[in-house]
Design a protein around this ligand. Structure first.
Ligand code: KE4
Length: 429
């Protein structure tokens, strides 16, 4: 494959953008080499600046559950844009999207639209702190909730010791309000609440972890989070920015039957346009300004283009059988990839939750971040490049997810499997 134009664009990007990107994972640091530049997308395919074409299993990190440039999404965004890109005045479209989220997501009676997942989680935690009058936030190691200061915190030395910042520029004071526990470990939850429960405002978790690879909750884990937080008067926040409308139409909470107090959404609900959302019971949400004293705002929150794209997307995937078809197609591919890896004698531990999946390059099992980091990331990088060279784009990092779309049908199954057969052999070496 020829990357001449992408290489030239990469040089220019590095002159004007820190690290050449506007979000770190796009720089391909985890797999080495230089990123290609996307030129266009259509359905399951993207075309890069040199005309190379790839089946896309990253889908802008989850939002594009209909694939690229779905005609209904394009038409609805065009129609909205022709009437004006933004007003900063209430519009019907944001109410209609909010109504969809209320309809599909069990925990949501009212919802506030924002512009990113980071804003959603940051604001949900502020609301939880205001509602409970407490400061401590408990998070789970390996879960990513965006880049708000208080969430860029790594685990403290012991389960009940406060974390330390994972990034320069985060004051120790922020980290001192965050405790970190391992995923899928009920004893750890019990310990941290025994030690700090009366001061815990909230526990935030990705109900299916999607930022350390994809790791589903073990049986009973989410139920225990619900029980323990309830017992201590703390709010349970499900960060469903990735899992919302991906694990099921009602998110992981609907799939597993565990209802949190607050839910954060993003990605799919904006159909590829900038969006975030957080919602929950009306009595908690009505504490938000201007209904209540908890301040949160945003110039472009609920803007007509993002709400048009989100509404169009949800209206397509909520059609009877539409979501299930995507899930079934992904399962078929996951099973075939498992067969191909075994054929090449490459050990992988596969996980899937609805329309998102992952292959850890190790024997497994993988139940938490410590397990995930045992993966052979060099072998993953070789597999990544073997796939890319054969026209298949998967996440440029082991600790991410693969995503499927309504556009990934039979048309890409054979192409992907042909590439994977060879890429697994190369990775085995
Ligand atoms: P944004 O601020 O990037 O819109 O959302 C942050 C966020 C919050 N919660 C979860 C569960 C998330 O997965 C994310 C963002 N996910 C990453 C992918 N692992 C976005 C890709 C990127 O950072 O460029």
């Amino acid at each position: 494959m020829n990357f001449t134009r992408s290489n030239a664009l990469w040089k220019a990007a590095n002159q004007a953008l820190p690290g050449g990107v506007n979000s770190p994972v796009r720089a391909f640091k985890a797999v080495g080499g230089e990123p290609f530049f996307a030129e266009s997308g259509q359905g399951a395919w993207i075309t890069d600046a040199d005309g190379n074409q790839y089946v896309d299993y990253v889908l802008s990190w989850g939002p594009l559950i209909l694939g690229h440039a779905h005609p209904e999404v394009v038409a609805r965004v065009h129609e909205a844009l022709n009437r004006g890109a933004s007003f900063g005045i209430p519009t019907e479209s944001e109410t209609r999207l909010a109504e969809k989220l209320v309809e599909h997501v069990p925990s949501i009676e009212k919802v506030r639209l924002v512009n990113s997942g980071t804003e959603a989680t940051m604001s949900a935690i502020r609301l939880a702190r205001a509602h409970t009058g407490r400061d401590i936030c408990v998070k789970v190691e390996g879960c990513y909730h965006g880049h708000a200061d208080g969430l860029l915190v790594k685990a403290g030395s012991g389960l009940t010791t406060f974390g330390t910042p994972t990034s320069p520029g985060v004051p120790e004071a922020y980290a001192s309000c965050t405790l970190t526990i391992p995923f899928n470990d009920v004893e750890a939850v019990k310990s941290v609440f025994e030690a700090h429960g009366d001061n815990v405002a909230c526990l935030i978790v990705e109900p299916v972890a999607g930022n350390m690879g994809v790791i589903p909750p073990e049986d009973g884990y989410l139920e225990e989070l619900r029980r323990i937080t309830q017992a201590h008067g703390s709010l349970l926040i499900f960060d469903e920015v990735m899992t919302g409308f991906r694990v099921s139409l009602g998110g992981a909470q609907a799939h597993y039957g565990v209802t949190p107090d607050l839910t954060c959404l993003g990605k799919v609900v904006g159909g590829g346009m900038p969006i975030g959302a957080y919602g929950g019971p009306a009595d908690i949400m009505d504490q938000l300004s201007p209904a209540g004293p908890v301040y949160q705002a945003g110039t472009l929150s609920g803007n007509p283009l993002a709400t048009a794209a989100g509404l169009a997307t949800i209206e397509v995937i909520e059609q009877p059988g539409a979501f299930e078809a995507i899930e079934a197609n992904m399962l078929q591919l996951t099973e075939e990839l498992g067969r191909l890896a075994a054929e090449a004698d490459v050990p992988i531990y596969q996980t899937q939750a609805g329309t998102m999946a992952c292959a850890f390059f190790q024997e497994g099992p993988v139940h938490n971040y410590a397990d995930a980091t045992q993966s052979d990331t060099d072998r993953y990088a070789r597999f990544f490049w073997g796939m890319l060279q054969r026209g298949v784009y998967i996440a440029p990092a082991q600790f991410e997810a693969m995503f499927y779309s309504a556009a990934h049908g039979d048309n890409v199954f054979d192409h992907t499997c042909t590439a994977a057969r060879e890429a697994f052999k190369e990775a085995a070496g």
